[in-house]
Ligand binder design. Structure first.
Ligand SMILES: NC(=O)c1ccc[n+]([C@@H]2O[C@H](COP(=O)([O-])OP(=O)(O)OC[C@H]3O[C@@H](n4cnc5c(N)ncnc54)[C@H](OP(=O)(O)O)[C@@H]3O)[C@@H](O)[C@H]2O)c1
Length: 259
């Protein structure tokens, strides 16, 4: 099987499930080395086996994204890296009435600090490697969300954390591209994964993780700074997000919270 995508050395956090798993399997091919991270060693091993069966060389790492030193050691020691996904993330919200302090802290620690702990060593490693034929030393894709564009009352820390990493990635791209490193924000709508399986509200245009992975890789191959899909959900988020805050709050008051 021939590799469909141009990247040969790829590192993915949160590869043991959902979108990370689908990205790993979509990229797996002979000649491709995948560095796959996750916390659950059993599920990580199953994804690694599926990728190896497609011909990829796979290095598994039980990796806690909140541990800055461990992440720096893993990413710094991985060897050449064409593409890194800061994908690991968790969800929480006001499903039980309020967002607990513990949930809010856990979401920021994983979805924001965990992204920093991935992106910072990835950029450092890429800065030290030679550029490819297209002048790019490496690409870092931060998996944010369409939730980045709207202050969702049902998931306060999640929406705020996604806004932070989406903006950070896109702003950083402007300066890092001068030294040949590209950053991208990936902003999916609802994807069918264990993260959304707990949602007890309708999820319009729910997409399979395999389709999300295809759209993500197509967007990265086209060099898009922001890869966002599906467009009707994005358009709705931008529209509601642009309303005056009091109107938006009134419109969304009755919406159910995320568990
Ligand atoms: N599903 C959606 O609708 C959707 C939409 C937009 C954006 N996203 C984002 O996409 C990313 C992946 O989500 P998903 O839907 O694929 O969820 P998922 O199936 O629950 O997978 C989450 C992944 O993140 C890993 N992870 C969580 N906390 C971690 C930690 N502290 N250290 C290391 N790894 C950790 C998990 O590892 P273990 O399972 O091994 O613990 C798992 O591999 C997240 O950033 C999420 O916010 C999802």
């Amino acid at each position: 099987m021939q590799a469909m995508w141009p990247w040969r050395h790829v590192l993915i956090t949160g590869a043991s499930s959902g979108i990370g798993r689908a990205l790993a399997e979509a990229l797996a091919a002979p000649g491709v080395t995948l560095h796959l991270g996750g916390r659950d060693a059993g599920r990580l091993a199953a994804v690694a086996a599926a990728c190896a069966a497609r011909g990829a060389t796979v290095c598994q790492q039980v990796a806690e994204v909140r541990d800055a030193a461990a992440m720096a050691a893993w990413i710094g020691g991985a060897g050449p890296l064409d593409l890194v996904f800061a994908n690991a993330g968790i969800g929480a919200g006001t499903g039980s009435g309020f967002e607990s302090a513990a949930d809010a802290r856990a979401v920021f620690e994983t979805n924001v600090t965990g992204v920093l702990n991935t992106v910072i060593p990835a950029v450092a490693a890429m800065a030290a490697q030679p550029p490819g034929p297209d002048g790019v030393r490496g690409r870092v894709a931060v998996v944010a969300s369409v939730a980045a564009f709207i202050a969702t009352p049902g998931a306060p820390a999640y929406a705020a954390g996604k806004a932070a990493v989406q903006r950070w990635a896109e702003a950083l791209d402007a300066t890092e591209r001068r030294r040949g490193i590209r950053l991208h924000s990936i902003c999916p709508g609802y994807i069918r994964t264990p993260l959304t399986a707990r949602n007890r509200f309708p999820m319009p245009l729910l997409m399979e993780p395999e389709e999300a992975a295809r759209r993500t890789l197509r967007g990265l191959a086209a060099g898009r700074i922001r890869v966002v899909f599906p467009w009707p959900i994005y358009a709705l988020a931008r529209l509601v997000g642009a309303l005056p805050p009091a109107w938006r709050a009134a419109l969304m008051r009755g919406f159910p919270g995320k568990d």
